[in-house]
Design a protein around this ligand. Sequence first.
Ligand SMILES: [Zn+2]
Length: 76
Amino acid sequence: MAKIGDTLVCPVCGEKFTASSTRQVYCSSACRFGSKFSSPHEKKKRRAPGYTIEEISRAARRAGLSYGDYVARVGL
Ligand SMILES: [Zn+2]
């Protein structure tokens, strides 16, 4: 369980935030509600912070994999 002041990563938007309660999981109420009520249309593909889709697909091509295979293999 998180401690107050811990740096956590929001499972919805991937942003880092500082826990202000031991039960905090999401960075904001928008993300908390978004995780329950988000429509499939709004669901964003998770990707590693700091990498653009182009960078990942370029790396995938270098590795001889499709984008999806590469992401699954690397665990992004
Ligand atoms: Zn968030």
